[in-house]
Every structure is written in structure tokens, then in C-alpha cells.
Design a protein around this ligand. Structure first.
Ligand SMILES: Nc1ncnc2c1ncn2[C@@H]1O[C@H](COP(=O)(O)OP(=O)(O)OP(=O)(O)O)[C@@H](O)[C@H]1O
Ligand SMILES: [Mg+2]
Length: 430
């Protein structure tokens, strides 16, 4: 139970760490990507603005839009900003000039967008090429009027930028892996530290139960035998005391059962790895048939049909007394919680490495919300309390503890008012 709790804590901790890391890196990545694209866009717009001067100068200077290389930089005193187009080759950029009718006038550079031209301010990206189109206006000297001169579209390859982003992503992934490993180790250490005191107190509690049960055994035996001796001579008992003695006898019997059950549970709790050396091969089919035969009178008295459907011989390794107790608890429950006229069937199926034993009844059933609780010690459904007094709520806890020490498990399917099926799975003797 504590191991499962530890695992749950560890996985929750890892989940939280991975979510925090994932969210933080996603935000950082998008922020970085946004900034890099903003920087690229501002570079492209600067270039586009510079190239726009050529378009403005074109009507007076036919050579203004000249893509030939080399072109002398800003030495022609025409007042415009000339672009070192030869640099475009290195920068993976390209410039296109369009007239007012969106007709291509000239282009320069290696990276030209294949996207169709849009005669408007436009930012687009296609196949790792980012393009920005700007309309170019000629302003009157007063600055009041402006006349459209054409358009400039500048394209730039985003390959370098994307490579940089890929490198960042790789860094985050590697960092994420390291974070998960370190969080896993840290989480494991933290859960161990936090569960240690709980484990210690559970251990102390178990030890206390075991010691108390053990200490209660001798006084209980004395009470039981004394009462039995007294009751062996009924003529010596005052008739008014007979009922009280019977009550003492019944209560001491119930207490003895409780103490025995608690001791058995304390013993199975203490066993971390069962002593398989002491185990012998047990014919499970015979053990079940004997039990059915033994419980037959109880079934008859309750007018319940008790049947066994076992056709194969099955051997499993274990302790016969404990296995008898396991199936006796399940069968007793089936008989206790099945009303008159019902049926209880024990069946056995041999699987490849396991044997599955079903104890099926047509009884009161168990509510779905109660199924996770029924193996808890001292837990009993209200309906079961009404049906049967004197139960302790330990039978199934014992059955499960025995099944687990034998390397098996118990599963339940049940429907209220229809019946229940307890399936025990145990490993076959190899
Ligand atoms: N076959 C069944 N049909 C319906 N309810 C069941 C069945 N078996 C178990 N239960 C429910 O599970 C509870 C726990 O069962 P468990 O055998 O541990 O205790 P108990 O039968 O009440 O007492 P005891 O310790 O004497 O066995 C029962 O009180 C009952 O509510
Ligand atoms: Mg029971």
C-alpha cells in the first residue's frame, strides 16, 4: 500500500515538474521565435524602405533600378539610398520592384518569393522564405499629397533563423530530459524521506496489534475454559445466571476468533517474501470439493443450492490450511449474503500459468462504490450488518492477504440484488 502511495507521489511530482518545464519552455520558445521574426521583419522593412528610393528615382533616372553588379554606394549625389545589391547574394535576400499596375520592373538577389504578388502592404511566408511588400509613395513638397509610385517586395530566407530555433528546441529537449532524470531522482529521494515516518508508525501499529492479540490469547483461553467447565455442570448453576454464562461463552468465542484473525493478519503483514520452502504441492480441486462438502449442511439449512463445477485436476504450491481459510471465507460470505432459495457455485478454470477459481452467488450484491472498500479491515456494508450479526469484517482482508502471499489476487464483479462473483487467481505449481 505504501509502495503504491510512494509511486503515486513520485509520478504526481514528475507530472508537475514536466508540466512546469513544458509550459516554461513553450513560453520561452515562442517569445524567442516572436522576437527573432520581429527582428527579421524590421531588417526586411529597412531594406524595403531603402529599395523604395530607387523606385522614386526611377522616373528621372532610368538607371535607378539597376540590378547590375557592382553599383557604387551613395556616391552619385542623387539623394537616394543605394543598396549594395551584391550583398544580397550573401544575405539570402531578394528585392523586386513593381509598378503601380503590379507589373514586375526588376529584381535583384537570390532569394525570391514564389508567392503571387499582392499589391498592398503584406507580410507572408512560404517555404522558408519570408516576404514583405510595401507600397511606395511620392510625397509632394508640402507633404499634403502623395502619389503611388509602385511597390517593393523584399524576400529573405528564414533558414538560418529556423536553424537557430531548432538548436534552441534541441537544447530545451536535452534540458527537459535532464530535468526529468533529476526530478525523478529528487522525487524518489523526497518520497522516501516523507514516507519513512508513516512507514515507521504503520509498522509500530502492526506490531502493537500483533503483541496485543498475542497477549489477549492466554486470558481469553482461561475465560473460555472456565466458562466451559462451569457449563459442564448445569445443575450447579443458578438458573438466573445461565443466560449470562451463555453470553460470556459467546462473547469469548467471538473474541477468540477476532484475536486469531488479527494474529493471522499480523503474521501475513510481517511476511515480506513468503517462505516458499515450506510450501507443498496441493491438489486444489480436492481441497475445494472437501470444502463444498463441509459447508453443504450450512447451505441446506439456509435452503441454498451449493454446487461445485470442477472437472480438472489442479496443483498449486502453498499452505493447505491458509488456502482452506481463503476459500472458506469466500464461500461462507456467499452463503451468508445469499437469501433463501439462492445458488452458490464454485468453479475452476485452468489457464496457462494461473488457475482461476470463481465463487459465484445470487446474493444481495455489492454496490459499485463499496467494491474498493470491502477488503479494508473491519469494513462491512450496512446491508450485510442487517443480514448477519456477528461478522467482524475481517474475512475478505484475510482472504486477500492469503491470496497475495501465494502470489495471487482476488477480483470482484457484483451487481446489487443480482449477485457477486469473487475470482481468485493463483499461480500453478510448475
Ligand atoms: N458474497 C458477498 N455478497 C455480498 N456482499 C459481500 C459478499 N462478500 C462480502 N461482502 C461484503 O463485504 C463485507 C466484508 O466481508 P468480510 O468477509 O471481510 O466480513 P464479514 O463477512 O462481514 O465478517 P467476517 O469477518 O465474519 O467474515 C461484508 O460485510 C459484506 O458487506
Ligand atoms: Mg465474511
Amino acid at each position: 500500500m505504501l509502495q503504491a502511495l510512494g509511486r503515486r507521489l513520485l509520478f504526481s511530482y514528475l507530472g508537475v515538474m514536466v508540466t512546469i518545464w513544458g509550459t516554461a519552455t513553450t513560453i520561452v520558445y515562442h517569445f524567442l521565435s516572436y522576437n527573432l521574426y520581429q527582428k527579421l521583419d524590421s531588417e526586411i522593412i529597412t531594406l524595403a524602405n531603402a529599395a523604395a528610393h530607387n523606385l522614386i528615382a526611377a522616373p528621372v533616372d532610368k538607371k535607378a533600378i539597376n540590378t547590375k553588379i557592382p553599383r557604387i554606394l551613395d556616391n552619385d549625389d542623387d539623394g537616394d539610398l543605394d543598396i549594395p545589391w551584391q550583398d544580397l547574394h550573401e544575405n539570402h535576400q531578394g528585392v523586386e520592384w513593381f509598378d503601380t499596375n503590379a507589373r514586375l520592373l526588376a529584381k535583384a538577389g537570390t532569394t525570391i518569393s514564389r508567392m503571387s504578388f499582392t499589391a498592398n502592404f503584406d507580410i507572408s511566408q512560404h517555404h522558408k522564405i519570408r516576404s514583405i511588400t510595401i507600397p511606395v509613395y511620392l510625397h509632394s513638397l508640402t507633404g499634403r499629397k502623395k502619389k503611388l509610385q509602385g511597390y517593393v517586395r523584399v524576400s529573405e530566407s528564414t533558414e538560418e533563423l529556423e536553424e537557430e530555433l531548432d538548436r534552441v528546441l534541441w537544447g530545451f529537449e536535452l534540458g527537459g530530459l535532464i530535468v526529468i532524470i533529476l526530478s525523478g531522482l529528487g522525487g524518489w529521494w523526497l518520497t522516501r524521506q516523507s514516507l519513512q515516518p508513516i512507514e515507521q508508525s504503520i509498522q509500530q501499529l502492526k506490531q502493537f496489534t500483533a503483541d496485543a492479540s498475542h497477549e489477549l490469547r492466554s486470558p481469553l483461553t482461561i475465560i473460555k475454559t472456565s466458562v466451559e467447565v462451569i457449563m459442564n455442570y448445569p445443575d450447579r448453576i443458578h438458573p438466573a445466571n445461565l443466560n449470562k454464562l451463555e453470553a460470556i461463552s459467546s462473547a469469548s468465542n467471538q473474541m477468540t476468533r477476532l484475536v486469531e484473525d488479527l494474529l493471522l493478519l499480523a503474521r501475513t503483514d510481517a511476511v515480506t517474501s513468503p517462505k516458499m520452502i515450506a510450501w507443498i504441492s496441493i491438489p486444489l480441486d480436492e481441497l475445494l470439493e472437501d470444502l463444498v462438502e463441509f459447508l453443504e449442511p450450512q447451505a441446506v439449512s439456509k435452503e441454498i443450492t451449493l454446487k461445485s463445477e470442477i472437472s480438472t485436476e489442479v496443483f498449486i504450491k502453498g499452505e493447505a490450511i491458509q488456502l482452506k481459510r481463503l476459500f472458506s471465507n469466500l464461500l461462507q460470505n456467499a452463503l451468508h449474503y445469499t437469501p433463501k432459495g439462492g445458488t452458490v457455485i464454485v468453479s475452476l478454470v485452468k489457464l496457462e500459468r494461473f488457475v482461476a477459481i470463481d465463487v459465484q452467488d445470487t446474493g444481495i450484491g455489492i454496490a459499485p462504490e463499496h467494491i474498493p472498500l470491502i477488503f479494508n479491515r473491519f469494513w462491512r456494508a450496512d446491508q450485510a450488518r442487517n443480514q448477519r450479526e456477528g461478522g467482524l469484517g475481517l474475512g475478505l482482508a484475510i482472504a486477500l492477504a492469503i491470496a497475495r502471499t501465494h502470489g495471487g489476487d482476488i477480483t470482484i464483479t457484483s451487481e446489487i440484488g443480482v449477485g457477486s462473483c469473487f475470482q481468485v487467481r493463483l499461480p500453478l505449481a510448475s
